[in-house]
Write a protein that binds this ligand. Structure first.
Ligand SMILES: C[S@@+](CC[C@H](N)C(=O)[O-])C[C@H]1O[C@@H](n2cnc3c(N)ncnc32)[C@H](O)[C@@H]1O
Length: 260
């Protein structure tokens, strides 16, 4: 399969093209199944048959995707899954994580808290908190919980025992909400966030897949960090923006390398 390409299609289609154990990992953020009428919300733009599912259907669709993730990642691969909750159904991500752990060969290795500079103010809710954090669930194969691949640098080795000590990596990332790109998609994350995840989990040359590419944020970070990528994006408008941004980023990176 070709690398460094984004497919304008449902990720279910892309899965059929990806061989077993082909990719090093996934960085992604799925639709959150927010089913409310809001003109400023991408969930109601009719882009996907995955809008407004019942709780059980949503859990089924996402779990089936995880079955494919498990098939296509290498045994020591890592899945960085950013999912937040809607104010209509805050328990949904927790149910999903639990279902995946119960039913599949994947489990949680870590949970990273992403702190954004700007909160989502729930000023219309008399009970819910304004949210300035989201979680990134780090999934790995259960039998590789202690041996999955990361990019953690060794800071020193004990001469007597040979024990390795690593640079300090913490489960708290401060990163921008998004890249500031203005378009109909209001749920993009930031290269700032992806760069920090790649720095922890993916050495140079890793192949990273984003099944919900949006406007290509994961791919831009892959280029920045000398990783390869594959992407899927169902909405043509988002796909076109992603392809344009990737082209610009490639040129920018080539120019930067020419100057060195
Ligand atoms: C939360 S957004 C991801 C935004 C992305 N992280 C970014 O920074 O641009 C989810 C994206 O998944 C797309 N999408 C939803 N269902 C999909 C599917 N089954 N296959 C591929 N893309 C899908 C939506 O069109 C939307 O662009």
């Amino acid at each position: 399969m070709k690398k460094n390409i984004i497919y304008n299609e449902n990720c279910k289609e892309t899965f059929t093209k990806i061989e077993d154990k082909y990719i090093d990992g996934i960085i992604t953020s799925p639709p959150y199944n927010i089913n409310i009428k809001r003109s400023d919300c991408y969930y109601n733009n009719g882009y996907s048959e995955l809008d407004g599912l019942s709780q059980n259907n949503y859990l089924e669709v996402r779990t089936n995707e995880f079955k494919e993730f498990s098939r296509i990642i290498k045994d020591d691969g890592v899945i960085c899954y950013n999912i937040s909750y809607s104010k209509e159904n805050p328990i949904l991500p927790t149910l999903l994580v639990s279902k995946i752990h119960e039913e599949l060969d994947l489990t949680i290795a870590d949970i990273i808290c992403w702190k954004k500079p700007h909160a989502i103010p729930f000023q219309t809710s008399s009970t819910k908190l304004s949210r300035v954090t989201e979680l990134i669930y780090i999934f790995v194969k259960k039998d590789r919980l202690h041996t999955f691949k990361t990019n953690k640098e060794v800071s020193k080795i004990n001469e007597k025992t040979g024990q390795k000590f690593y640079k300090n990596y913490v489960n708290f990332i401060e990163a921008k909400n998004n890249d500031g790109y203005k378009c109909q998609l209001k749920a993009s994350y930031s290269q700032d966030l992806c760069n920090q995840l790649i720095n922890i989990y993916f050495p140079e040359g890793s192949l990273i897949y984003d099944p919900f590419t949006g406007i290509g944020t994961t791919q831009l970070s892959c280029i920045e960090n000398y990783c390869d990528f594959i992407g899927s994006e169902i909405t043509t408008e988002h796909y076109n923006i992603a392809v344009e941004r990737v082209e610009e980023k490639r040129k920018e990176k080539e120019d930067e390398n020419d100057l060195c």
